[in-house]
Design a protein around this ligand. Structure first.
Ligand code: SAM
Length: 534
């Protein structure tokens, strides 16, 4: 459910935030506009899953029949949507960031909004009339902007608490979710933070809610909320059934939310085939991280120890996504017991006895991560330099290398000095090499119809197409070669268009799907020269 680090880079790169920029003109707080929860789409067929329960995972869902990749498993409106913790000053209606120097205000409660015609005004998925009525009694103090920003942390819990009166059915649905109060209280970090930022704030506002109840709502949000919105999302949402999906570091589904659709529905689709009885899972962490990091994140934010196949395997299902390179023989250095963060790491080269202690692994990872995070999101040479500098320290499929390559796969062809039509053959081949490396890893860690695969296939087609066109124009390839190469490109584009076609049309991925469809149409015109391609 968390894609933050990935998003941070994407945001810096300025991609994918276009969805928030439109404006639909609607009157603020016209009661007629108050959004009704849309009915979930009529279940055309029986549900394709059933709920089970285990001591370890609690409730989870499994397929109750075979499910095809791309099939919708769950599609449902949100119970509640609100600001993320740690967001800046954002609009209470649409969650887009606001310019502190020219703030618009809600005409009713005077809290910050992007404009009086924000599409989220009067909507339960944005700034509802019942929230506005409550906030009218808590006017924001614009002379204390930092305090105002801090107060946003209490807004999403408050939205949930307001449902108790405003929409008891939604309140009942969210109350059924796990809050892990005992674990959270025992941990001693999250509880006091919530006490200060949420419980005391709501009390200071003079609202009469029980302390334990407020903590429970905080827990429900921490354990079950989905980040929603484009890259750099500032919103999170609760969904009545989607929360039941268990975590796995090799997920079997993808999900997408539709920002402009009433109820802000979430769609969960199968990314791989499921057999009856198969666990239906999603990844609560970022798949492009290594086991230590993923497990740390899951333990910290979802309060359990992940023991999935990927986490239990020192090679991470053969990807070597956390492997160091042995300074003595160059072979992979892997954890002896990947589920134990204190275990020794040893070299797997034959006869080599090189070993690293857990603290030295942590220290090295921290140094590498710090350096990686210093690289500007648009800096091609920076990422290439990182890969070169550490080629003898981390394996070429280490997650930091994959992250660098993931950035490069999108930068080559799109940024100044590397525009695709001006790229020399060597750079085009480098982009191809990088995309192929990524696909090998993604086929294992995010198999099937995943966004990562869809986007990378699209990126892979572009340099192949340019090289093919150049070669044909130079008469360096025969018509047969041309047909073979176009066939391969058509295969990549077709799969990319299919996968990304599931995304909202105006999202960066949706636009990529449309570009892939256009590219396929253009390739068709080659058939006049070389006959049928496929
Ligand atoms: C979003 S909830 C999922 C629904 C939850 N199982 C329930 O019964 O309400 C997330 C919680 O489910 C449990 N969980 C999910 N996936 C798990 C897994 N792979 N291993 C262990 N526990 C898991 C953890 O307790 C986690 O905090």
């Amino acid at each position: 459910m968390n894609k933050k680090s990935h998003k941070k880079k994407q945001k810096k790169r300025g991609r994918g935030d276009g969805k928030n920029k439109e404006n639909i003109i609607e009157d603020v707080h016209d009661d007629k506009d108050e959004e009704q929860t849309p009915e979930p789409p009529a279940e055309k067929k029986k549900l394709c899953y059933e709920i089970r329960e285990s001591d370890i995972m609690g409730r989870y869902i499994v397929a109750n029949r075979d499910i095809r990749p791309g099939e919708v498993i769950i599609e449902e409106p949100a119970i509640a949507v609100g600001p993320c913790t740690g967001c800046g000053l954002i609009c209470l209606g649409c969650y887009r960031e606001l310019d502190e120097t020219s703030l618009a205000k809600c005409p009713g409660c005077k809290w910050p909004m992007c404009s009086s015609s924000c599409f989220g005004s009067g909507k339960y998925t944005g700034h509802s009339t019942y929230e506005c009525d409550t906030l009218k009694g808590i006017p924001p103090d614009y002379s204390k902007l930092e305090d105002l920003k801090d107060s946003y942390q209490a807004l999403m819990p408050l939205r949930c608490l307001l449902l108790k009166k405003a929409d008891p059915a939604k309140w009942a649905a969210l109350s059924a979710m796990e809050a892990h109060n005992a674990l959270r209280r025992a941990r001693g970090d999250i509880w006091p933070i919530n006490e200060k930022n949420v419980v005391q704030r709501i009390k200071k506002w003079g609202l009469k809610y029980d302390d334990e109840e407020i903590h429970t709502v905080c827990g429900i949000l921490e354990v079950n909320a989905f980040e929603v919105g484009g890259c750099g999302a500032n919103a999170r949402a609760l969904y009545d059934r989607a929360y039941l999906l268990a975590h796995d570091c090799t997920p079997t589904t993808t999900h997408t939310d539709a920002e402009r659709v009433p109820g802000r529905p979430l769609t969960i689709r199968a990314s791989v085939p499921h057999k009856a009885g198969d666990l239906i899972s999603l990844c609560y962490a970022y798949t492009l991280q290594g086991t230590l990091k993923r497990r740390e994140h899951i333990k910290h934010s979802k309060f359990f120890d992940c023991c999935c196949l990927r986490c239990s395997d020192p090679t991470e299902r053969g990807t070597l996504a956390s492997a160091f390179r042995c300074p003595r023989c160059g072979a992979a250095v892997l954890p002896t017991a990947p589920l134990d963060p204190t275990a020794v790491w040893t070299c797997r080269g034959s006869g080599c006895e090189y070993a690293m202690t857990a603290p030295s692994v942590q220290l090295l990872l921290k140094r590498l991560t710090d350096e990686f995070e210093q690289i500007d999101a648009n800096d091609v040479r920076g990422y290439e330099g990182f890969l070169h500098k550490y080629r003898n320290v981390i394996h070429s499929t280490h997650y930091l290398c994959l992250s660098a390559k993931h950035s490069l796969s999108q930068l080559y062809g799109k940024v100044a000095d590397y525009m695709i039509h001006e790229m020399p053959e060597a750079e085009l081949n480098r982009k191809i090499e990088i995309c192929r490396d990524l696909m090998k890893a993604f086929d294992v860690i995010e198999p099937g119809y995943s966004r990562l695969r869809g986007v990378t296939l699209y990126e892979l087609h572009a340099p192949l197409m340019i090289l093919t066109t150049r070669d044909f124009e130079k008469k360096a390839i025969t018509k047969d070669n041309l047909r073979t190469r176009l066939k391969e490109i058509v295969r990549y584009l077709t799969e990319s268009a299919l996968i990304l076609g599931f995304e909202p049309a105006q999202s960066s991925e949706g636009l990529m799907a449309s570009a892939a469809r256009d590219a396929l149409k253009k390739i068709k015109t080659w058939e006049q020269i070389i006959g049928k391609i496929s």
